[in-house]
Design a protein around this ligand. Structure first.
Ligand code: ADP
Ligand code: ZN
Length: 603
């Protein structure tokens, strides 16, 4: 019998296991159950695919995402693995054929949607077949409190009752301890071995910029750093999704919208195009994403502030699953803080819900305003400690902090005086005009130029004042009165600042037209190719595109970029040399080896 490592190298063309893959595989091979928490892109699929190949019988994979089953099965078949799926997208003839293969022991892996699995017909099929293992993907769908709850997942505990001796593995990228406990409980996996990986995604560069004209900023970011790349732009609202997709398209960046308000057919079409075409940008609400397996998404951009660190981490995690450099970029400003606080305030939830949402928002704001390493802060949220990473904006270009105590006092006292002396409340713009001593029509009309705070803040720019205010809002030192049309008011904590009892260190806003080269993809140098290598790489990509079209599969199913890049660099002359390239297993060598060699020889 082959070993797991030998299978990894022969079938998948990879040199070595990552992280805990080996230990997880050994657990299943020994007949044990496993609960696996691994970040997106960590390599979860191999953890059940290899044991399914090595154990007798078929590995049953429960996956909620019908749209993705086909791609997964295509990718496995390209590797020479006997894989199939059963779901509602098939006609009965196809489904019959899969059932026959299953009964005749001709399948290594069978992907099934949960609602299908629980039908009598499918349960009957399984009981007449030999089963190697059950893999429950996206296991957090069993959590009733999560975003992705699927009632059918609750029924999956029957697997254990019917097949107590078949090993089970549940997998998720959702990080928190409470979700893990809930999964273990609901899927009867209390006795399973738990594998919790580091949630770090070192190839993702995190960057959070101050928002001013977000569309222009987004366009500059894509043009300067990710022209021609696939990416996802997350927006809060449907109208924003449509607007940004149109804006990008008009400016030469092919983009498609995706949100829950679109009809299902158009949504499915956009998703399929995103998976299959290269260099397409998806602008989407959070409805888009779970299980987007596309490995070569090079950037995830947020043009609105996400509601929680957990959501942000899941969304950004969709970048760079192939391990190649990728960017998580976000623009964030004063208006985001106001809008999020308003949404919580006006939500229908009870007090407990509002408190929880408020805490989640505070953690997110803390990440935005930090002067320390972003990654350190992110991972700390998931209970993991690391050293400063060297691959985030604050590490690469440390922001300055400054003593903003006096500025904060000026701002707070302007709010305070207007309220105490005039019984008036105003929004950000007018308060800043007063501080800067601007004689606007409104200032004149209201006689606010006679206030003692008029003009006391002329030393700071408009933008700098917005930065101060945003940070005060983020820290809860100013509040927004939503019943009063978003006017500003003091909080209980404002007092200690006004009295000078607290020293307030603030992040300095640097006005910058574009990002400094140093802050761009740090690892880009590693992937840069010499001119002749680049020429080979482009030829290989063109070849791959035509093969992918012919087979009707996404390009990455044929070969990943990383593999093509390595071929371009090594310029192999023989099949033997080609076999050493990362991502070239026996089956692909056999199927495409000659064509690849021909392709590089021609350049
Ligand atoms: P997940 O499901 O955890 O998001 P995948 O299983 O899709 O991640 O794996 C992410 C990528 O990493 C895939 O392209 C996969 O082929 C690759 N990969 C997984 N394990 C290894 C390994 N040991 N060596 C090299 N590449 C790997
Ligand atoms: Zn860092």
């Amino acid at each position: 019998m082959s070993t797991p490592l030998e299978t990894l190298q022969r079938v998948f063309g990879y040199e070595a296991f990552r992280g805990e893959q080996q230990a997880i595989i050994d657990t299943l091979l020994a007949g044990g159950d496993a609960l696996v928490l691994m970040p997106t892109g960590g390599g979860k699929s191999l953890c059940y695919q290899i044991p399914a190949l090595l154990r007798r019988g078929t590995g049953i994979v429960v996956s909620p995402l019908i749209a993705l089953m086909q791609d997964q099965v295509d990718a496995l078949r390209e590797l020479g693995v006997r894989a199939a799926y059963l779901n509602s997208s098939q006609d009965w003839r196809e489904a019959r054929e899969v059932e026959r293969q299953m009964l005749d022991g001709e399948l290594d892996l069978l992907y099934v949607a949960p609602e299908r699995l629980l039908t009598d017909r499918c349960m009957d099929l399984l009981s007449r077949s030999r089963i190697a293992l059950f893999a429950i993907d996206e296991a957090h769908c069993v959590s009733q409190w999560g975003h992705d709850f699927r009632p059918e997942y609750l029924g999956l505990s029957v697997l254990h009752e019917h097949w107590p001796d078949v090993p089970r593995i549940a997998l998720t990228a959702t990080a928190t301890g409470t979700t893990r406990e809930e999964i273990a409980r609901r899927l009867a996996l209390e006795n399973a071995a738990h594998f919790v990986s580091s949630f770090d995604r070192p190839n993702i560069l995190y960057r959070i910029v101050e928002k001013n004209e977000v569309k222009r900023q987004l366009l500059a970011f894509i043009r300067e750093e990710h022209m021609g790349d696939s990416g996802i732009v997350y927006c809060l609202s449907r109208s924003r999704v449509e607007d940004i997709a149109a804006f990008l398209s008009q400016n030469g960046i092919p983009a498609l919208p995706y949100h829950a308000g679109m009809d299902a057919a158009r949504r499915a079409e956009h998703q399929a195009r995103f998976l299959r075409e290269e260099g397409l940008v998806m602008t989407a609400t959070i409805a888009f994403g779970m299980g987007v397996n596309k490995p070569d998404v090079r950037f995830v951009a947020h043009v609105d502030l996400p509601k929680s660190v957990e959501g942000y981490y899941q969304e950004t995690g969709r970048a760079g699953r192939d391990g190649e450099p990728a960017t998580a970029w976000m623009a964030y400003g004063l208006q985001d803080v106001v809008q999020q606080r308003r949404m919580i305030d006006e939500s229908n939830g009870d007090e407990q819900f509002k408190r929880r949402s408020g805490r989640q928002l505070d953690a997110m704001l803390g990440l935005c305003e930090t002067v320390d390493c972003r990654r350190q802060q992110l991972l700390a949220y998931f209970g993991q400690n690391i050293q400063p990473c060297g691959n985030c904006d604050t590490c690469l270009e440390p922001p300055e902090s400054w003593d903003g105590t006096v500025a904060a006092q000026k701002l707070l006292s302007a709010i305070f005086r207007l309220w105490r002396e005039r019984g008036q409340r105003y929004g950000a713009g007018h308060i800043i005009d007063i501080l800067r001593g601007k004689l606007t029509p409104r200032v004149r009309e209201q006689g606010h130029d006679t206030l003692s705070v008029f003009g006391v803040g002329a030393d700071l720019s408009d933008q700098a004042w917005r930065g101060v205010l945003r940070q005060l809002l983020a820290k809860g030192l100013v509040a927004v009165d939503f019943e009063g049309h978003g006017t500003l008011m003091l909080t209980d904590d404002s007092r200690s600042v006004l009295k000078g009892e607290t020293v307030l260190m603030l992040r300095r806003e640097v006005a910058r037209a574009t990002t400094k080269a140093s802050t761009r993809r740090q690892a880009a140098a590693d992937t840069a190719l010499e001119p002749d290598e680049l020429e080979r790489f482009e030829a290989l990509r063109a070849w791959r595109a035509s093969v992918a079209r012919e087979h009707g599969v996404p390009a990455y199913v044929i070969f990943h970029d990383a593999t093509l890049r390595e071929v371009a660099r090594r310029n192999p002359q023989t099949l033997g040399e080609l076999a050493h390239v990362h991502g070239v297993g026996v089956r692909k060598l056999e199927a495409y080896g000659e064509a690849l060699l021909g392709c590089v020889a021609e350049v």
